[in-house]
Design a protein around this ligand. Structure first.
Ligand SMILES: C[S@@+](CC[C@H](N)C(=O)[O-])C[C@H]1O[C@@H](n2cnc3c(N)ncnc32)[C@H](O)[C@@H]1O
Length: 379
């Protein structure tokens, strides 16, 4: 006990090492300065690649594999490129419109092809569960959906809200398993909503069963008349800047005995992290919340169970997406990205290789996904 507290006390005054939240003022400023240098270097590498630097994928991967474990294990404070990554921001979700433009409303011909689109499994832009022996992307997503059904204890007859429902993959799958479940899906992406509207007219889709309600709108403004039995949110909270406000809002949508299942990218580091590259090119204002701190935002919810899913599951998912992206070159190269496809392709290849490698680093034990089962605090 004595040696731990002495160690932490010592680290308080040493810049860059360990937990940023425990730093003395001078060490804090020095750490922020060092983070800026690390992030300039990361951006220089990313932009050189985007601008045409020829580097084999294997070299990029081994570069990330060499320095990311050092940062994750010893210098996580340097992985918070902006001050706001460490704190809650004012809004539930920051910069929603920019995010839709840069990411979710991109040509769906490219996105759907990359993440996969099957008869029952619609595009699902979140981790597949490979560790159960999945042989391909589709099966990994089915395993993940079955896992969700079990952990949230979905019952036939439940009325469920999917907060950030993507292309309706989760509702469609669950509606196919439970003939009396009802779903409401909320999503701000107009293009993804158009996909679901088409499915709602397709007799072969469970979204056309009359048990699915689609709401095109922003998490920030969401309001519902009815109260839900269950709420789930998968892969969305990396866009949420204020957990306190988000949990308060979600608790108000839930029946007193209801349950909320949160599935997010997470890090087992003392502070939240982000990256300058993804903020600028892929997910504006995106951040990965620290696994241990999520349950502490517990004014409205108590976390009754939580699971850490090893990042290798996501690394394999990213590898499958990269392969699909590369394989679809001829089909997607003439779509309208707002920028030249050669540049777009390099941005997206860097993204898929960068995150794919980071999730596998440290044997997937630091950067993975977190699942949190929550109930009302005072029910
Ligand atoms: C990574 S995708 C995950 C989608 C889906 N849950 C899945 O697992 O496939 C994140 C989803 O959140 C939606 N989203 C992000 N920010 C939002 C906001 N401010 N309001 C509503 N939806 C939002 C995106 O459009 C996208 O559909």
């Amino acid at each position: 006990m004595t040696s731990i507290s002495t160690g932490q006390d010592f680290q308080r005054h040493i810049p860059a090492i360990g937990n940023i939240a425990t730093k003395s003022p001078l060490a804090y400023q020095a750490t922020r300065g060092a983070a800026r240098v690390v992030n300039m270097m990361q951006m220089a590498l990313a932009e050189s690649y985007i601008n045409g630097l020829e580097v084999p994928d294997s070299v990029l991967r081994s570069l990330f594999d060499t320095y990311m474990p050092i940062l994750f294990k010893h210098f996580p404070a340097l992985l918070a490129p902006y001050e706001w990554v460490l704190e809650e921001t004012d809004h539930v979700a920051e910069g929603s419109r920019d995010l839709m433009k840069l990411q979710y409303d991109l040509p769906q011909g490219m996105l759907n092809r990359m993440i996969g689109d099957w008869q029952l499994i619609y595009p699902k832009y979140s981790m597949g569960l490979w560790e159960k022996g999945a042989v391909d992307l589709e099966q990994s997503q089915i395993y993940m959906l079955d896992d969700l059904i079990e952990k949230l204890d979905i019952q036939d007859g439940d009325n469920i809200l999917d907060f950030g429902c993507g292309w309706g993959c989760i509702p469609n799958y669950i509606l196919s398993k439970f003939p009396n479940v009802r779903f409401t899906g909320l999503n701000l992406s107009h293009e993804q909503c158009e996909y679901m509207r088409q499915k709602m007219q397709d007799p072969e889709s469970y979204l056309s069963s009359g048990r699915f309600t689609l709401v095109e709108g922003d998490l920030n403004e969401a309001q519902f008349e009815e109260k839900f039995d269950k709420i789930l949110s998968v892969g969305v909270f990396c866009h949420v800047g204020n957990l306190t406000h988000a949990f308060k809002k979600l608790a108000s949508f839930l029946k007193p005995e209801g349950k909320f299942f949160l599935h997010i990218i997470t890090v087992r580091t003392p502070n939240n992290i982000s990256s300058v590259f993804t903020h600028k090119y892929i997910f504006p204002h995106g951040r990965y919340w620290s696994f241990d701190t999520v349950p502490t935002f517990n004014q409205d919810f108590t976390t009754v169970n939580r699971w850490y899913l090893n990042g290798i599951n996501y690394s394999k998912t990213f590898a499958a997406w990269l392969k699909n992206f590369d394989d679809s070159y001829d089909e997607v190269k003439n779509l309208d990205y707002g920028i030249d496809f050669t540049r777009f392709r390099r941005i997206w290849r860097f993204y898929l290789i960068w995150l794919g490698t980071n999730f596998a680093t440290c044997d997937g034990e630091i950067n993975g996904n977190g699942q949190f089962l929550m109930v009302h605090t005072n029910r």
